[in-house]
Design a protein around this ligand. Structure first.
Ligand code: MTE
Ligand code: MO
Length: 320
């Protein structure tokens, strides 16, 4: 009976997530058949999240953007079970386990500050504000691992246009949701919360800056920053702030969580730069999840042609 399921895995109708879940069921079945001795604790941990997976839904009307690398995409399983989301724990496997019951509906994002039309957006409004695009971006953490992920969203500038920033707006400040009751591990994360980040206005308005509502054809899983986050593919991953609740257009450079936590190690810009090492490790190479050999890290994570102009004349060693 289990064997018969295998050919279905090849169906082109299936999303990577469905394939992954089929595999999980398959593994579960095998272990039951083989007896309880094989069904160790780790296996049960692996199986537990499947009860909640329907928290993410297929997104319809998504068009493929030309912003896409044809490098091999990271398997859904890795991108959703190897995460940084300190509000839900500091181990890479914590967010997938601990964010399952995170309530992301109803959700509103407040946009204010130096804008002519401050307003709140419901999640429904955000989903309909501009056509949803699938963009396949390289995603590189400051810890020197990387992925290739098919994100879904649209340029942040689409939202910015609607609120009409005034000439005084020079930066954009972003803030994540924080509720210690839902995120009890946050108090032990070792970073100040709520998580905040910021961009210069021209960086935020760059078309690559993606207001992200989904991945792999579906809405974002909680552990990846549901229901809406930023993705800034030319910057280290920590700039890609999750579970956004507030966006403010401001005059002065806003605080950045990792810079507040350790200003010697993490700067405001945090553009991917293989020539400027982290004080404790090299940034010249990275490990792509699922690959054995390290690969060289590219300037601006491979997006130099598009974004280098934003930083012309700047000392990138000083402005790290
Ligand atoms: N609110 C919040 N956003 C966050 C983080 C976090 O801990 N909290 N971690 C950051 C870091 S360090 C990285 S590498 C990316 C990871 O995104 P992913 O788990 O979807 O790959 O999210 C970033 N956004
Ligand atoms: Mo990161």
């Amino acid at each position: 009976m289990l064997i018969k399921r295998a050919p279905e895995l090849q169906s082109s109708e299936q999303t990577p997530k469905q394939i992954y879940l089929e595999r999980r069921k398959f593994i579960a079945g095998l272990s039951l058949a083989a007896g309880a001795s094989l069904a160790g604790k780790n296996l049960w941990n692996l199986l537990a999240p499947s009860a909640h997976v329907h928290a993410s839904n297929k997104l319809s009307g998504v068009v493929k953007s030309s912003y896409r690398t044809d490098e091999t995409q990271t398997p859904y399983e890795d991108a959703t079970h190897y995460n940084n989301f300190y509000e839900f724990g500091t181990d890479k496997s914590d967010p997938a386990k601990n964010a399952q019951n995170f309530r992301t509906s109803p959700w509103t994002v407040t946009v204010d500050g130096e804008v002519k039309k401050p307003r709140k957006f419901s999640m429904d409004e955000i989903l309909k504000l501009a056509p949803l695009e699938e963009r396949v971006y390289r995603h590189r953490c400051v810890e020197a691992w990387s992925m290739v992920v098919p994100w879904i969203g649209y340029s942040f500038s689409e939202l910015a246009k609607l609120v009409e920033p005034t000439p005084k707006a020079r930066y954009v400040a972003f803030e994540s949701y924080y509720d210690p009751r839902q995120m009890p591990l946050g108090s032990r994360a070792g970073i100040p919360l709520p998580y905040v980040d910021g961009l210069r206005l021209d960086e935020a308005m760059h078309p690559l800056a993606l207001l992200t509502v989904g991945m792999y054809g579906e809405s974002l899983p909680n552990q990846d920053g549901a229901p809406v986050r930023m993705i800034l593919p030319w910057k280290y991953g920590f700039k890609s702030i999750k579970s956004l609740v507030r966006i403010r257009f401001v005059k002065d450079q806003p605080p950045v969580t990792w810079n507040l936590a350790n200003s010697r190690e993490y700067g405001f810009y945090s553009n991917v730069n293989p020539a400027v090492d982290h004080p404790r490790w090299t940034q010249a190479k990275e490990r792509r999840l699922g690959e054995f050999f390290k690969r060289p890290t590219l300037m601006f994570n491979g997006y130099a042609d598009q974004v280098a102009g934003l930083y012309s004349g700047m000392d990138l060693r000083k402005n790290f």
